[in-house]
Every structure is written in C-alpha cells, then in structure tokens.
Design a protein around this ligand. Sequence first.
Ligand SMILES: *[C@@H]1O[C@H](CO)[C@@H](O)[C@H](O)[C@H]1NC(C)=O
Ligand SMILES: *[C@@H]1O[C@H](CO)[C@@H](O)[C@H](O)[C@H]1NC(C)=O
Length: 273
Amino acid sequence: MEQSLPSLYSCQPAPSPAKMFFAVNLLLLCAGISASTNLQCTLMSMKLKQIDAGAGEVYGVTSNDDVYRWVDNHWKNIPGKLIHVSAGPAGVWGVNKEKHIYKRQNNTWMSVSGLLKQVDAGGDKFLGGVNTQDNVYCLRQNDTVSGSSSVTWTPLKGSLKYYSCGPLGCWGVNSDDDIYFRHNVNPTTCQGTQQQQIKGSLEMVEVGTDGSVYGVDSAGHVYRRIGINDKNPIGTYWTRLDFSFAFKHVTYDRGYLWLITPNENILRCSVSA
Ligand SMILES: *[C@@H]1O[C@H](CO)[C@@H](O)[C@H](O)[C@H]1NC(C)=O
Ligand SMILES: *[C@@H]1O[C@H](CO)[C@@H](O)[C@H](O)[C@H]1NC(C)=O
C-alpha cells in the first residue's frame, strides 16, 4: 500500500481461553502499540461467508446461503436463502444465488426488480450494487422507500466487483483491485458526479454508517482509511491493522469491527480510542 507504517496492533490469544454464553469461544487481546487505539477481539463459534454491519444492525450469510442476524448477543436465523446481505440506512437488502434482489420488509423478503450479485444499503436511504458483469447501479431513495417491487435502477459509469456507500460517498473496487471513490452521491442523484481512483489495492471495501472506511487486500491484510472528513471525503492514506492472520471480509459499525477469515471464522473486535 502507499504507506508503510509501524504495526498498530498485535493480537495474541489470551492466556486462558474465555468461555462466554453462545457466541464466544476464544478471547483475543489485540493490544494497540499506539496508546490511543485498542482492539479487543473475540473469535465467534459461528461461521459466515459474508457479513454487513450498518445502522445498528448486523446481518450475515453462511456458505449454505442461510441468513443470520446478530441480536441480543447471539446469531438468530432469518428465514430465506441469500448469497449476500447488507444492512444500513436504506434498510436490509440481499441477493440470492439466482441474483434476485430482496428487501426486508414487514419481517419478510420482498422481491425487487433487477439482478445483482452484491448490494449495499449504506447510503442515505439509497442503494448501490453490482451485477455479475461488474456493471454498477444505484437505486434512488424514492425507490428504496416506495415499498414497490418494481423499481428503476440508475446505471453508473465504470466497472466494479464490489461497491459500498456511506454518508460521504461510495467506495468500490474493480476486478484488478483498483480502488475508486464516487463523489457527491445523494438520495436523488445516487450515481454522484464523478469517480476518482484512490491509491492502493483492495479486494473489498466497506463504508461504515459513520463514514469510516475499511478494506481487505488480496493478501488478507486489513486496512482503515485515515483522514476522512466532510471536506476531504477521500481521506489521506491507508493504515494497516496488523493482525497475525488473514481475512477475506471486513465491516464496521458502532464501535465494532467484524472480520471474516478465509475459513469463515468471525472475529468481532471492539474498537476503542
Ligand atoms: C423517483 O424520482 C425519479 C426522479 O425524480 C422519478 O423519475 C421516479 O419516477 C421516482 N420514482 C418513484 C417511485 O416515485
Ligand atoms: C406492512 O405491514 C403494515 C401493518 O400490517 C401494513 O399496513 C403495510 O401495508 C405493510 N407494508 C407492506 C409494504 O406490505
């Protein structure tokens, strides 16, 4: 990546594994070398292939396409089969293996027109997503809240394999792991104004509801974007979280970083400043 910084975190299994009700079978202490930041991580007994935390909700899917929601400190099965799920200000959305799109409404999955392989509900009540050809689309707020199953997707220029939105813009990565930021997205002009390439290389990138940006590269390293604010929504550089093992997926919301290993183990880390 563009900056090589000293390791921020080094994680060690706690001397005696802590057993906790339902979810936790091992406590990992990730001591920040920087005194200002700490990660305290727990390895969960659940396995998921994908997870998304947003707007206070956490949803994930297993390798069998079963859907789970993290609620009251345990994983609750939600009826339905999805390959990808997203929770955020736009609600809870998912896609199934036929690439059909669903919105969680009245405790059921309502089918919505279109075909996508990944959706993201992190925008200001608008939706982003990509299809199997890596074409990028968004759905305006009036269509995400309409309750109608027939919606009009807005196509975006460019080609991305993963796309995620937050309050200050949307981030995506293409098939070469190049990173792009889309400026000035909003509920009515969800496609934004222009796209800018960001230095670095990531396999996936996720924007939190608070605007924080995390990503994972092809080596399984986890990065956080530093310096993001209203005036500089692209931030300034990537900093690597120095875990001693690899991950394939990351998401962040409300003080918790959720990480998935290549074997689909889940690490839940509280991030304290
Ligand atoms: C949403 O807004 C767009 C642009 O103003 C309009 O073309 C479209 O018909 C609206 N959709 C709904 C469901 O109202
Ligand atoms: C959801 O349920 C409420 C109460 O039963 C009902 O009024 C509303 O029409 C339902 N919405 C949809 C989109 O089905």
